[in-house]
Structures are given as structure tokens and as C-alpha cells.
Design a binder for this molecule. Structure first.
Ligand SMILES: Cc1ncc(COP(=O)(O)O)c(C=O)c1O
Length: 384
């Protein structure tokens, strides 16, 4: 064993000891809200394929078409070799979808956040950063070595207090939040945040990873209706059924990111198949009101079912519904028992969520039926 592997084995042993070793298991998504995992078909409450587009024939077909037309790889960073007309047209479609002047596609949501935030901070050194306590890890990656003022989750009075006391001398203030929080399924009050940002002359950055496709008119997300949000980020990897991400905003913002966002400048463009799938998703999503209404009904049914069991679902107001369990071990044990019964509802535990708030993160898919929700509630009843 190499010296490196010895160190890594020791590090893994520490993870084992904490009961937090993660392993990859063979799985593949199927339609109708199912997933095949370790060879078994499970009722899936853990994927983010909210609208069922990941297996939609139009996306598959368009990905194939773009591959046939443009090849399997993009060859280089878009700045080095130039960029396809089709991709520029696609970005204009994304901008229009989000109600913004311009948009830039990134290879992933993680990369978009981790690259965009430092690019903004580089443009205005000394910016004071105000971050909701529950923002996603990819935003933290963009904040490495940056001092942050963290406000209590969705607590705008706390944010206001911090803006008034901590950010006044700074050349700019940057507020970071999500419109739908990934592990809680609750929603930020974007109009109030935009008003606060205006009052304190702050830049507002909103991550719409879990709202895009699902919430807002035509699935445009929640930010599209709210003026005054400067930077909107979202992914194509969840409800949009594909891969990659976007940042949308003013033309100047996108011009700056094109020059300064390291994860864009120094990374090969996503392959044509990915762009093709995004193009097809943009054709479909505005017309999927029936699927969105179905998700709302499923989520209401699930929250009511959990309430009858006395299980807290936090402030969930979306297709993401946490079933709060508390102790890490209890959440893990419940998820394992559910899986044995044929249901996948993954337990989420620290460090992804704060200690003592381990939960089943239940994500609904348009392919679910009401009976699937009832089956989940029954199974939780039997397995607790
Ligand atoms: C809120 C949020 N932002 C960003 C990301 C990263 O997106 P991607 O999976 O496309 O890298 C995720 C996905 O886990 C997320 O939940």
C-alpha cells in the first residue's frame, strides 16, 4: 500500500468510526417515480427529477440530435475556441425564460456557484457577505476564505440587523440565499429580500436550483416575478431533467462572468448532448402546469399524512418535504427499514444538515401517484 493510501485508509477509518462512511451503489432512474437500485425497483422519493424529464423521449431525442450534429465533446473552453451559434441562442432562451437580459451556462450548479461568487467578490474587493445559514455547500465553496455574516435561516429581521450594523462601511453588500431550500423545501420571501437589498444598497444573489421548472409562472422559478434580484442561478440537473446550470442577470454581469468566473473560463464547455437536452426541456417546461399542480397536490397529501403521524415537516412549501427525525442514527435506521420495504427516502444527516435535525428528505416526482404517497405514509408508520 502506498504512503498516500495509508493516510487515506486512516482518514476513512475515522469516517467509519463516526458511522458516516458513504458508498456508491448501482442505481438507475426509471419513469413512474421509481428507481432501480442494487437490482431492485424502489419507489423513489430521493431523486430531484421532479417533472420526470430525465427519462423524457424529447430530451433523449434532442440530446441525440445535437450529438449527431455537433459531436460528443466540446473540445475546449468556450473562450479558447469560440462558441457554437446554437449555444448562444440557447443562452438567450434561458435569459428570456428567467426574465433577464443575459445568461451563461455552466457545467454544473456546483461549479456555477463556486465560480460566480468569487468572481463577484473579485470585482468589488471588500464586499460584505450576508448568507442565509442554510445555503448550499457549493455557495460555501465560492466563499472559501471569505468572512461571512450568517443570518438565521429565512429570518429577515436578523438580516436587516446585520446589514445595518456590519455592512455599512463596505464598498458593497452581497446577500446569498436560495428560493427553495434544498433540504427543507421551504421558500424565501424574495419580494421582502429584494426590498431589503434595495434599502441597504445590497446585491441579491438567489439560487433557484430547486425552484426552476417547478415553481412560478411557467416553471420559471420564483425570482422571475421579483424585480431587483441581481444574480439568479439555477440548475438544469433537477426538474429540467438534464445537467448543467445557468447564471442569469444583466448583460454586464454575464460579460464579467465570461471574463472572471474561473469555473467557466478554465473548464471545457459541456458536451452538445447536454445543451440539446436543455433546449428540449425549455420547449416542454412552460407547458407543464398539470405536472406542477400534481406536485402541489402530492406535497399537500404528504404533509397532511406526516402531520397525522406527528412527524414535523418544518416549513416545507414545495415538492421537497422533510420528515424530521432528529437523531442521526434514528433517521438512518428508518431509511434502511423503508428501503427493505421497497421505498427509497434517503436520510440526510450532518454535515449536510445541522446536528439534531437529521431527516428523511422526501422529494416528489410528477410520476408519483396519490397511492404512492399513501404507501410511503403506511411504510413510515410500520417502520418507526
Ligand atoms: C441549492 C443547490 N444549489 C446548487 C446545487 C448544485 O447543483 P448541481 O447538482 O447541478 O451541481 C444543488 C444540488 O445539489 C443545490 O441543491
Amino acid at each position: 500500500m502506498s504512503k498516500l493510501d495509508e493516510h487515506l485508509e486512516a482518514a476513512l477509518a475515522r469516517v467509519d468510526q463516526a458511522g458516516r462512511r458513504r458508498v456508491l451503489r448501482p442505481a438507475s432512474l426509471t419513469a413512474n417515480g421509481r428507481i432501480v437500485r442494487d437490482g431492485r425497483s424502489l419507489l423513489d422519493f430521493s431523486s430531484n427529477d421532479y417533472l420526470g424529464l430525465a427519462t423524457h423521449p424529447l430530451l433523449t431525442e434532442r440530446a441525440r440530435e445535437w450529438t449527431a450534429r455537433y459531436g460528443t465533446g466540446s473540445g475546449a473552453s468556450r473562450l479558447v475556441t469560440g462558441t457554437g451559434e446554437a449555444v448562444l441562442t440557447l443562452e438567450a432562451r434561458v435569459a428570456a425564460f428567467k426574465g433577464k437580459e443575459a445568461a451563461l451556462v455552466f457545467a454544473s450548479g456546483w461549479q456555477a456557484n463556486a465560480a460566480t461568487i468569487p468572481a463577484l467578490l473579485a470585482a468589488i474587493p471588500g464586499t460584505a457577505v450576508f448568507a442565509d445559514r442554510l445555503i448550499h455547500a457549493s455557495m460555501h465553496a465560492g466563499l472559501a476564505n471569505t468572512r461571512q455574516h450568517r443570518f438565521r435561516h429565512n429570518d429577515l429581521s436578523h438580516l436587516e440587523e446585520l446589514l445595518a450594523t456590519k455592512g455599512r462601511e463596505a464598498p458593497a453588500r452581497l446577500i446569498l440565499t436560495e428560493s427553495v431550500f434544498s433540504m427543507d423545501g421551504d421558500v424565501a420571501d424574495l419580494p421582502a429580500l429584494a426590498a431589503l437589498a434595495r434599502a441597504h444598497d445590497a446585491i441579491l444573489f438567489v439560487d433557484e436550483a430547486h425552484a426552476t421548472g417547478v415553481l412560478g409562472a411557467g416553471g420559471r422559478g420564483l425570482a422571475a416575478q421579483v424585480p431587483g434580484i441581481n444574480v439568479v442561478m439555477g440548475t438544469f440537473s433537477k426538474a429540467m431533467g438534464g445537467f448543467g446550470a445557468y447564471v442569469a442577470g444583466s448583460r454586464t454581469l454575464i460579460d464579467w462572468l465570461t471574463n472572471a468566473a474561473s469555473g467557466f473560463v478554465f473548464s471545457t464547455a459541456p458536451p452538445p448532448a447536454v445543451f440539446g437536452a436543455i433546449d428540449a426541456a425549455l420547449d416542454l417546461v412552460p407547458g407543464m402546469d398539470a405536472e406542477r399542480a400534481h406536485l402541489v397536490a402530492l406535497a399537500d397529501r404528504l404533509r397532511a399524512g406526516l402531520a397525522t403521524l406527528g412527524i414535523d415537516h418544518g416549513a416545507s412549501a414545495s415538492q421537497i418535504v422533510p420528515a424530521m427525525i432528529g437523531a442521526e442514527h434514528d433517521a438512518m435506521a428508518l431509511a434502511a427499514r423503508l428501503e427493505a420495504k421497497g421505498l427509497l427516502a434517503a436520510a440526510i444527516r450532518p454535515p449536510t444538515v445541522p446536528a439534531g435535525t437529521s431527516r428523511l428528505r422526501i422529494a416528489l416526482r410528477a410520476g408519483h401517484e396519490e397511492g404512492d404517497i399513501d404507501a410511503l405514509i403506511e411504510a413510515i408508520t410500520a417502520c418507526r
